[in-house]
Design a protein around this ligand. Sequence first.
Ligand SMILES: [Zn+2]
Length: 414
Amino acid sequence: MDKSQMKEKIKVYFRKNREVILKDVLALLKEMVAQKTVNVPSAKLGNFDYLTIRGEEWRVGDIVEREFRSWGMRYDVFSRMKGRPNVIGYVGRGEADAAKLFMACHMDIVPPGTGWNSDPFEMIEKDGVVYGRGVLDNKGPLVSAMMAARIMKQVIGDEGLQGELQIAGMSDEEAGDPDGIDYGVHYLMEEKLINPTFAIIPDIGENMQKIDVAEKGRMVVTVTAKGVQAHGSTPHLGVNAINKMAHFLVLLETYTLVHTPDPILGHCTVNVGEIHGGSAANSVPNECSVDIDIRIVPGQTPENVRSELKALSEKVADDFELALGNSSLPHAIDPDNVLVRSIQANARDFGLNPVPFGLGGGTFAKGMNQHGILAVAFGPGDDTAFHVANEYLPIDQLVTFAELTCLVTIDLVG
Ligand SMILES: [Zn+2]
């Protein structure tokens, strides 16, 4: 059977079984949404009486494993710690030198927060749209990718694919601890537990109309101005750190960091997000600090930007301190590649026309590309429905995404 015959078989299957697939997707998603796999930093665990460890992704992992087993799929479970598994199911012969496509989904969710019109952990369906925490981010896309695997195995069979489709339900995407230890995709890559050629991360929304091929780097700089304390009635005897900071911030507001705008990512951005200083109105403050969030583009590095800001601060005073917090480098891939072309060509069958674009934030794609895996983010849902009350997803998109995943799999690993 050649690739076009395989694709035809898949299309016929979806056409004939759409209602059944939809029903199965909804049942599985409902079960997953009921699992409170909330991931927060350890310091906030006490706020959630239903959590004993961060994420508790095993609650969804058990369901993924059960389904893979019942579908007769090979799978692995990799866990850096008990209760936080990464479950990966495989379809295809997976020959050593053949390509492998990794569908990177996560099982953890952000806290439900307030403002819901219904119980966030009880999925409801209304007019073709499902609501519940995680329906979009990221349990819906996970279920959809799992369905693609089931159908590939059933319709094409392991023998039909020279390479491999790999479906991953991973832990630890939504929050981290200050120790930086990762229990999800970075753990899998560091320990060389996965070996994909390509990856799709269905975690950006954009209703399958955009393909994320570039992501800005992110850095946080804490700038501290130093002063000298004095009584508030004799300010001339001290040095006011808040005033020094004010001068620096005025300069910063109109300053442009040295960079070349990226064709996809555009300009770097600067946001002064937090300020702390002083202790009482009647005391001259001896310290004032701000946290600045900077999104950098290719060509910039966190260290260079830090030096540039230090030079800017020296126009005010030479004793500003600049500390670099967590940072990541930007990434951008040439959008003219086989993965993007396959997604675009197959999407046309559904009346979709996804175009490459870049993100100011980040997904798994950045780390995977930096590990030598050709990865893009692409998936169903509205980008405005992430991390908000009444998170929603049009269910039709889940079936479309499953079918699209099958077709791209045939192109890339068939
Ligand atoms: Zn997500």
